[in-house]
Design a protein around this ligand. Structure first.
Ligand code: FAD
Ligand code: SF4
Length: 510
């Protein structure tokens, strides 16, 4: 009587202890199911990437001598739900137990826990052996504290894991955080590294996905697919980043350009989130490369390490401490629907068009495009945070709810009222212009606040703070905004607010 071991689509970690030795008593189970493709409308590349990587993973396990039962999306025996498929497999194999790795998303955790309650065999959940932290480590660290400062968590992690510390356990370089050094705009030099990612032809897989009737959006790019399928390809991508991107990662971390979508970012989030790579090995590789190459600035290394050792583990802690209710937060009570151009990229705002086009063509946009362009606009325009969460969860190749939701609802929309972010991340045109080359190629004028060709971000920005003064005016991180508003002539503010109302009433036409 064998044990079934269920592998979810984001648990493709060949180094997990499950795979140390093949055994006739164990059957690994992977399934492509509609309940996973359909819980939100997904980008075509996300569906292709996960199915293709799962198939590659199953093939590797079989080649190593493991027993594998793989249910493809169009398999006639596939009942398209974990529970139904598991029950059929338990009967078919006369299995005595089911094991599964800790799911990272609340949806799956709840589904499997519910199934376990009524299961005919014992169900056992084991570690996914991936993260630095357990689900509730952040909650324990912040127990009793109202503010969950990421910086506090990050320093704790640096000390606990001995990362970038000197012999006295102090931060290498004398500072914990070099964020201030990492804010340069990019003006064409140094050149963006070549995109060396291996291309795959997934047209046959894409045909079976569409034949199964799975709805999607965005460019499938099935003939020249660029996302890694396995650990070997992910390791190559990590090495290419360390060789070509890391050097400039810090300087241009917040830069944006219509001529370079990737800039010096690693594009490793998909490989990390499906667990082809472990965060520990990525952090160690970057720290080690920096120690052996004096050209790599410490600010670049620390900036990169902070994203993985800090932000990635921290948002996971926020997610598990606050689910399931976290998803419902709507601090500003924003209710507007997303404009139709979120699915086409066809807007005259150059910054939005570029960030959306990158998202729709590549299922990716880098952090500042997600935060300070798309998220910024959504918050200023009053878009509904839940609708926006569904869009972000669907569009990005790396979007899994545990990491996407706190970033979207918390960091980008301040919808949790400041549990995660210390202030709303919003700006008028000046910031976008400083960090990008968008405004010089835009239908709208970055300097104007009023009129048909004024940049919509400008009036929306002042209106956002004016209409939310009861919620934000006492926030010490907001700085000069409220003193400036106070100085503003009442009629000037009224004109700005009327302009903002015009933009909000005509979002589809922007
Ligand atoms: P790099 O810039 O090269 O950074 C290196 C790695 O650090 C990333 O691969 C990622 O694993 C990690 N990282 C960086 N920033 C964050 C962060 N804020 N939170 C968690 N990890 C981080 N990231 C996701 O992995 N999935 C998401 O669904 C997701 N949704 C986001 C939604 C919004 C509104 C915002 C503002 C950010 C979101 N992020 C998300 C974080 C970040 O934008 C992406 O991780 C990053 O753009 C991925 O590209 P990269 O691998 O080139 O990252
Ligand atoms: Fe975006 Fe305004 Fe600049 Fe146009 S002018 S690119 S809308 S910030």
């Amino acid at each position: 009587m064998p044990t079934l071991k269920l592998i979810l689509g984001d648990q493709l970690n060949p180094q997990h202890s499950w795979f140390a030795h093949p055994s006739d008593e164990v059957i690994f189970v992977l399934m492509e199911i509609r309940s996973e493709t359909d819980y939100v409308l997904h980008h075509a590349q996300k569906i292709i990437a996960i199915f293709a990587a799962m198939r590659d993973f199953a093939a590797q396990l079989q080649a190593q001598g493991h027993r594998v039962d793989y249910l493809k999306i169009d398999d006639p025996n596939n009942q398209q739900q974990f529970g139904k498929n598991l029950s059929a497999l338990i009967t078919h194999y006369q299995a005595c137990a089911v094991h599964y790795q800790v799911p990272d998303e609340y949806r799956l955790d709840a589904q499997l826990a519910e199934y376990a309650q009524g299961a005919t065999v014992a169900m056992t959940m084991v570690s996914s052996e991936h993260f630095y932290t357990e689900r509730d480590d952040a909650a324990q660290l912040f127990a009793g504290r109202k503010n969950w400062l990421m910086e506090t968590f990050y320093r704790h992690m640096r000390v606990k894991h001995g990362v970038l510390l000197d012999a006295q356990q102090q931060p290498v370089g004398g500072k914990w955080n070099f964020d201030h050094d990492n804010r340069k705009p990019w003006r064409g030099v140094p050149l963006e590294p070549q995109d060396l990612r291996i291309r795959h032809d997934h047209r046959a897989l894409w045909a079976s996905i569409t034949a199964a009737g799975i709805a999607s959006f965005g460019a499938p790019n099935a003939a020249h697919f660029a996302w890694p399928l396995n650990r070997r390809e992910a390791l190559q991508q990590l090495a290419a980043f360390i060789e070509q991107g890391l050097l400039h990662f810090g300087d241009f971390q917040d830069a944006m350009s219509r001529h370079a979508n990737r800039l010096f970012h690693s594009q490793l989030s998909f490989a990390l989130n499906v667990k082809m790579l472990s965060p520990v090995e990525v952090v160690n590789a970057v720290v080690e490369a920096t120690a052996h190459d004096e050209q790599i600035p410490l600010a670049a290394c620390e900036g990169f390490v902070r994203q993985i050792l800090g932000w990635r583990e921290y948002v996971r802690g926020v997610y598990w401490a606050n689910m399931p209710s976290y998803v419902e937060h709507n601090f500003f009570n924003h209710q507007r629907a997303l404009p139709a151009w979120f699915w086409t990229g066809k807007t005259r705002m150059r910054c939005m068009a570029n960030a959306l086009d990158n998202s729709l063509q590549n299922a990716h946009a880098h952090h500042i495009q997600r935060l300070m362009v798309i998220g910024n606009f959504a918050l200023l325009a009053g878009l509904n945070p839940q609708a926006l969460h569904h869009w972000y969860l669907g569009v990005y190749i790396d979007a899994f709810e545990w990491v996407e939701l706190p970033n979207t609802l918390g960091m980008s929309q301040f919808a949790d009222g400041g549990k995660l972010a210390t202030k709303p991340y919003v700006s008028a045109a000046a910031y976008i212009d400083r960090m990008s080359d968008y405004c010089s190629d835009c239908h709208y004028d970055k300097k104007l606040r009023i009129g048909a060709t004024a940049c919509p971000f400008n009036a929306l920005y002042w209106d956002f703070f004016a209409r939310n003064s009861d919620k934000l005016a006492r926030n010490p991180r907001i700085g000069m905004v409220y003193p400036q508003l106070k100085k503003m002539d009442a009629s000037a503010l009224a004109t700005l607010q009327a302009q903002a109302e015009i933009w909000r009433g005509n979002l589809d036409a922007l």
